[in-house]
Design a protein around this ligand. Structure first.
Ligand SMILES: *[C@@H]1O[C@H](CO)[C@@H](O)[C@H](O)[C@H]1NC(C)=O
Ligand SMILES: *[C@@H]1O[C@H](CO)[C@@H](O)[C@H](O)[C@H]1NC(C)=O
Ligand SMILES: *[C@@H]1O[C@H](CO)[C@@H](O)[C@H](O)[C@H]1NC(C)=O
Ligand SMILES: *[C@@H]1O[C@H](CO)[C@@H](O)[C@H](O)[C@H]1NC(C)=O
Ligand SMILES: *[C@@H]1O[C@H](CO)[C@@H](O)[C@H](O)[C@H]1NC(C)=O
Ligand SMILES: *[C@@H]1O[C@H](CO)[C@@H](O)[C@H](O)[C@H]1NC(C)=O
Ligand SMILES: *[C@@H]1O[C@H](CO)[C@@H](O)[C@H](O)[C@H]1NC(C)=O
Ligand SMILES: *[C@@H]1O[C@H](CO)[C@@H](O)[C@H](O)[C@H]1NC(C)=O
Length: 378
């Protein structure tokens, strides 16, 4: 808090990047859903996944465990009939977070498996105008996390002169170039995604959204410092070590491209990226005959096994910000008995985010990369 006060006293705008940010919101356990709402739309109308979005009624898909962790999972008990969709979660933060915000998400498990496409991301109002930050995203049995930005103007590119640990792919963030692949950085560590993430005990994804830069860190469980916990009252991003990805304002006009962001958590199935046969077959068995991603997985007669690993399990999400833009006071709740989370259905205390953002085209870059690899091999 002291840092923000000093900035105020000096008359420096609060949006200036501060290395230390105070906690403004903390979401965990029985209080987790107080920070989120469900989307207005009932199905995935942005990435064409074969899913209906879960609602508050789906207490077997969104719940708190006896250990106090929060599970958001794909329905793996229903045999879905042909032409129907499978229920999966999508949550949107009630608050829109302005520049000067750090998102800290501690998970012990993330969804993975053939047809599964999870993401932890943020979106501005009126996508794509307010920009999109993909903090954690991947498909099928991919082994590393993919970070990306998507912008509505051509004033944002990734500079390779900035040092970070990930591998840069497409560097133009505009939705109008490279078929809206976004500017991509792959994390190089296999414990940043999927089965290896879970085997390592999970970890923490951290994104700093400031006017100076958008940066993403991933800390595998054994690298998480003991003072980075649900109880942290502030975070100093200069102590986090080398970032996996940095998008500097020297080549990306962050203030022109990113409005206050809605944190978004979802799991879709198949759809515009994970479901493309040529992409699916990069990490999953070849589809036979007329089989598709949908017929092979979504309506599989053995959903228990097919989607046994298609779930998020969160320890907590903490939001730190010097923007002073939280509409909700920090709400902490520790572990407790297994219970149902009920708050949040379709309500918003801070504007009208309706989940119109989309991750769709980040897949095409991967698709093209795959095709090129295929051609080269031949
Ligand atoms: C998805 O549905 C919602 C709610 O009806 C709507 O506001 C939004 O524009 C739709 N998005 C797309 C891309 O059609
Ligand atoms: C999810 O809720 C819908 C009603 O909104 C219901 O039809 C469906 O069976 C539920 N699925 C699960 C797995 O709870
Ligand atoms: C705070 O968030 C609201 C939306 O909830 C947004 O309209 C406003 O511009 C934000 N404030 C700042 C300083 O960015
Ligand atoms: C920004 O997006 C809107 C549609 O949402 C589009 O009309 C406009 O041309 C875009 N601007 C640029 C510079 O791409
Ligand atoms: C990023 O990782 C994906 C696999 O997850 C791979 O297909 C792609 O080629 C990688 N891109 C770069 C630039 O390393
Ligand atoms: C975009 O996709 C189309 C096919 O839909 C392809 O022909 C074109 O080469 C792609 N452009 C880029 C820059 O990847
Ligand atoms: C953890 O402790 C280190 C060393 O004192 C400090 O630099 C860092 O800011 C602390 N991190 C958090 C999240 O409190
Ligand atoms: C269904 O998914 C849960 C995890 O969400 C898993 O514990 C369970 O074993 C799965 N069911 C089957 C039959 O594999």
């Amino acid at each position: 808090m002291w840092r923000a006060n000093i900035l105020w006293v000096l008359g420096v705008p609060a949006l200036v990047r501060a290395a230390t940010y105070p906690l403004i919101e903390s979401w965990s356990g029985n209080g987790f859903m107080n920070g989120f709402k469900y989307p207005v739309e009932t199905y995935d109308n942005t990435t064409n996944g074969d899913v209906f979005w879960a609602t508050a009624a789906n207490t077997s898909l969104i719940y708190v465990t006896s250990a106090g962790t929060v599970v958001l999972k794909v329905d793996n008990t229903t045999v879905v009939p042909y032409n129907e969709k499978r229920y999966t979660p999508k949550l949107l933060s009630k608050t829109q977070y302005a520049a000067g915000t750090v998102f800290v998400m501690d998970l012990i498990h993330m969804p993975y498996g053939c047809s599964v496409w999870p993401a932890l991301w943020t979106q501005g109002n009126d996508w794509p105008k307010g920009g999109e930050i993909d903090i954690m995203e991947g498909i099928n049995q991919q082994t590393t996390n993919q970070i990306a930005l998507h912008t509505n103007t051509s004033t944002c590119t990734q500079s390779s002169s900035t040092s970070f640990s990930g591998t840069a792919g497409w560097n133009d963030c505009s939705i109008e170039t490279n078929n809206d692949s976004g500017c991509i950085v792959n994390d190089t560590r296999t414990d940043s995604y999927g089965a290896a993430f879970a085997q390592a005990g999970g970890g923490v994804f951290i994104a700093e959204f400031s006017d100076d830069a958008i940066s993403v860190w991933f800390l595998t469980r054994s690298d998480v410092p003991s003072n980075l916990s649900v109880s942290s009252n502030s975070i100093d991003t200069s102590t986090l070590g080398e970032a996996a990805a940095i998008y500097s304002s020297s080549t990306c006009s962050i203030s022109n491209n990113f409005s206050p962001q809605t944190l978004t958590i979802d799991i879709t199935l198949c759809g515009a990226w994970a479901g493309l046969a040529s992409v699916l077959e990069q990490t999953c068995p070849p589809l036979s005959g007329t089989a598709t991603c949908y017929t092979t997985y979504v309506i599989n007669q053995d959903p228990g096994t097919t989607y046994a690993n298609a779930y998020f399990e969160f320890n907590y999400i903490n939001i730190f910000s010097s923007s002073g833009n939280s509409s909700i006071s920090a709400s902490k709740s520790g572990s407790g008995a297994t219970s149902t989370i009920t708050a949040g259905a379709g309500t918003s205390s801070s504007g009208s985010t309706s989940g119109t953002g989309r991750l769709t085209w980040s897949g095409l870059g991967m698709f093209l990369t795959g095709v090129m690899g295929y051609v080269l091999v031949r």
